[in-house]
Design a protein around this ligand. Sequence first.
Ligand SMILES: Cc1cc2nc3c(=O)[nH]c(=O)nc-3n(C[C@H](O)[C@H](O)[C@H](O)COP(=O)(O)OP(=O)(O)OC[C@H]3O[C@@H](n4cnc5c(N)ncnc54)[C@H](O)[C@@H]3O)c2cc1C
Length: 566
Amino acid sequence: MRHLLLSRLLLRRSSAPSNHHHHHLPLLRALSSAPSPISSDAELRKYAGYALLLLGCGAATYYSFPFPADALHKKAVPFKYAPLPEDLHAVSNWSGTHEVHTRVLLQPDSIEALQDALAAAHKERRKLRPLGSGLSPNGLALTRAGMVNLALMDKVLDVDVKKKTVTVQAGIRVAELVNALREHGLTLQNFASIREQQVGGFTQVGAHGTGARLPPVDEQVISMKLVTPAKGTIELSKEKDPELFYLARCGLGGLGVVAEVTLQCVERHQLVEHTFVSNADEVKKNHKKWLSENKHIKYLWIPYTDTIVVVQCNPPSKWRTPKLTSKYGKDEALQHVRDLYRQSLKKYRTEAESKDPEIDTLSFTELRDRLLALDPLDKEHVIRINKAEAEYWKKSEGYRMGWSDEILGFDCGGQQWVSEICFPTGSLAKPTMKDLDYMENLLQLIEKEDIPAPAPIEQRWTARSKSPMSPASSSEEDDIFSWVGIIMYLPTSDARQRKEITEEFFSYRSVPKDKDELAELQARLRKRFPVDAYNKARMELDPNKVLSNAKLEKLFPMLEPVHQAK
Ligand SMILES: Cc1cc2nc3c(=O)[nH]c(=O)nc-3n(C[C@H](O)[C@H](O)[C@H](O)COP(=O)(O)OP(=O)(O)OC[C@H]3O[C@@H](n4cnc5c(N)ncnc54)[C@H](O)[C@@H]3O)c2cc1C
């Protein structure tokens, strides 16, 4: 068997935003809080002892971090890990929110090598969880116990121009696949915001773009080769074992390693993107029509403003000849954001920093990240940034045209926590408008609870998927689903600031805090997804849980002896 160990640097993203941060020292705040009155000598000694202890701890904490005395005016020093032993790989997800150190990170370069690796892991009851590009915000692919990555299995195996299909090794990245399809006049039907995923990861989580007539991407899988620990390689399609095919198409890496996939493509095409600023009343009035008339549509909601940015993409033929320019140039659209950043630097940092000419070279998302980094949890500060964002979009109204893969990408900004929800919202003929109700409630909640919520909250739509483990799964062909992505940026490499942001975000995520809450979540998942069927397949294909990790076990525990489940 041949396999390669992944170089530590290959997957480790060094994308920690290079911001200038000052350090909030919670310690200083704790020490400056008013002491309670002290009544007796004994108590005085006790409190003096406490004070000493606190100071000691404070000094220890202070000096154990690499912060100089004038840290307020220095760049943040990223938290440094001790050097890792040579054979230990650090693998983190894109946002740096999940990281594992592992000694086992296999990279087979052929399906035979992959088969051998999984068979050996099965025999020895070792973990070998499939890992794609590691983009998933929840670190779904990660486990310290061992992973397998298909970066060396990234070939295009066959293109059938007539049928508009492509067969690839599942380690190919979406961007590379699109490049390869170009010369055949083909492309993928839809895209997520970025194109760095491996096709395996992209389809296994049922990734999605937007367009109420377009399903999530797993729906484009026509057939696949699944390499399993217990049953070797299985070929699946809707003709060959349809039940397992649909289950494994969006299988969260729990049923096998997808080695090869055949995808349905579409003709390469251009799109005209129309961006404009709207408000809740106008959206409510036009929602049904817009959903139905536009091939791709999304709303970017900006908390604490009445601005909703509407982005519609359609084939050029639908538009007579839109003027492909914006009213404002890029610099004009950005000027007020730069001004806000300069003012904020004066307030939070120094006059000198506000004069940095580099500010004029930053993109909007970079400016937003840097602005947020100055005081990410201060509601008033975040509102100022949101208002600047609303104005930026107003000044960016207009049309642009390009190839679909370029137009459908979206700059999501820097590292971030993401909480995404997907729910049914009727059909195109009869939308329930639950999608707009949801947003109304969400924005009200944000204001009521004074949440420093940054922009945008992205709302998208898809058609249904026939994969039962997809959040957009439905037996009704006409059903449509809305996807709402709530984010909290992590615009800093300061470990403490990241922790504060994380805590703030997690207080609004229903992450189970104890056994009862976990049981509740499991029950909810059981109602929505065919957990028994999923577990039954897992038990058959991977009885030793080679492919599993703690997250999968928590969400889909094999409670019952699986043979009882139907
Ligand atoms: C900036 C950013 C923007 C994003 N935008 C979107 C978006 O617009 N829409 C959207 O839907 N998602 C979006 N995502 C999420 C991303 O598309 C998904 O998380 C996708 O799964 C990532 O693919 P990956 O290759 O990184 O998979 P990983 O994160 O590595 O793995 C994801 C899952 O797939 C499994 N897996 C990976 N490869 C295989 C394989 N060969 N065989 C079997 N299982 C495998 C893993 O075990 C894991 O369960 C975004 C992520 C980022 C960071």
